[in-house]
Design a protein around this ligand. Structure first.
Ligand code: PHE
Length: 339
């Protein structure tokens, strides 16, 4: 009987398993109610007295060995499970994480906003579907004014008073109606004009317009502001102002930046002149201030407006404006590194 017990002890010590079911079977076989240990304990009374001591010690050895075996096997099992669940395999290569790219229009728009925010301009926005007042009339463009033809307008067929805004000057009107000077705001947004679509122009594009109104704002302030802007955005501070006409500003000017004539691309871009036209500007016409509830005897101001798309084409050497709205992934992916 004792020899049998010893055989079981060495069997128990040699046993190994990593399947929970096998371990449970092993436990039942030895430690279960009808298990081997209980059977041996039941034999105890039949053992001759002089062997009882040795039998008792051996049966206890078997019990300890079986209990410890079950415990260690179960522990190693739960270790494996929790490690897997919490950490996985730390040596595996990471999942490739595909980052998207920001759109060149957004990149350039944010650069412009950032530059003007550093000199105290906030950002204002307004609706793309506008009424005649905010897009034209308040801006000194009454009905039948010939300058309305400068901006081929998309009207809503059933209501000629409602249109797709042709410039973000409409946002400036809204801003003046709702805020008292001093006003320093820029208005970025999408605008629409009924123009033939080509590599250079589209029927919708993006603008940023700026407005500064306070006491004693002068044309010199305007020039300084634009010089700061061109220096920051293009790294070029030589600009020139050519007399021009806008109904909402008087005097008005076109702004050219001196790009240079160092490379062949410079020649192409500037048509051999070295100069690039980048925006329109001027002193806000007193009629516009009065239309928007600002006393033109007390306040003066300047305004400017530029197209984001054209600037994006310039800065990123893009040859066709249509690429900006075609959502071709091969084009968009190229801006992944452009912050
Ligand atoms: N609104 C003009 C345009 O869309 C730009 C501009 C804004 C010109 C402000 C002068 C002053 O062309």
């Amino acid at each position: 009987m004792i020899d049998q017990l010893k055989e079981h002890i060495s069997e128990v010590e040699g046993f190994t398993a990593d399947d929970p079911k096998e371990i449970e079977e092993f436990r039942i076989k030895y430690l279960g109610k009808k298990g081997l240990l209980n059977k041996f304990f039941a034999e105890f009374k039949n053992i001759p007295n002089d062997q009882k001591k040795e039998f008792g010690q051996t049966i206890n050895q078997l019990k300890t060995a079986a209990t410890e075996k079950v415990n260690t096997l179960n522990n190693s099992l739960s270790d494996v499970v929790t490690e897997d669940a919490v950490y996985g395999d730390l040596t595996r290569p990471a999942e490739p994480l595909e980052l998207g790219a920001r759109h060149p229009i957004s990149i350039v728009k944010d650069q412009i906003i950032n530059i003007f925010s550093r000199i105290g301009f906030n950002v204002s926005e307004g609706p793309e579907i506008e009424d005649d007042w905010h897009n034209f009339t308040a801006l000194n463009l009454p009905e039948h004014h010939p300058a309305r033809d400068m901006q081929d307008t998309f009207f809503i067929q059933t209501n000629p008073d409602i249109l797709l805004r042709t410039h973000t000057s409409s946002v400036q009107v809204r801003y003046m109606e709702n805020n008292k000077p001093p006003i320093r705001t820029i208005s970025p947004g999408r605008v629409y004009r009924n123009e033939a679509i080509s590599a250079r122009s589209h029927c919708f594009f993006h603008q940023v317009e700026g407005l500064y109104i306070d006491k004693d704002v002068s044309f010199a302030d305007l020039k300084q502001t634009l010089q700061f802007f061109t220096k920051e955005l293009f790294g070029k501070s030589k600009i020139r102002l050519r007399p021009s006409y806008f109904p909402f500003t008087e005097p008005s000017a076109e702004v050219d930046v001196y790009w240079g004539l160092e490379t062949e691309t410079d020649y192409k871009m500037t048509k051999g002149t070295g100069w690039l036209e980048i925006m329109g500007c001027g002193m806000v016409d007193p009629n516009v201030l009065d239309n928007c509830g600002i006393d033109s005897n007390e306040y003066t101001g300047f305004a400017f407006g530029m197209g984001i798309d054209r600037i994006a084409l310039l800065l990123h050497q893009i040859s066709d404006i249509r690429l900006l709205s075609e959502n071709d992934i091969r084009f968009l992916e190229q801006f992944k590194s452009a912050f």
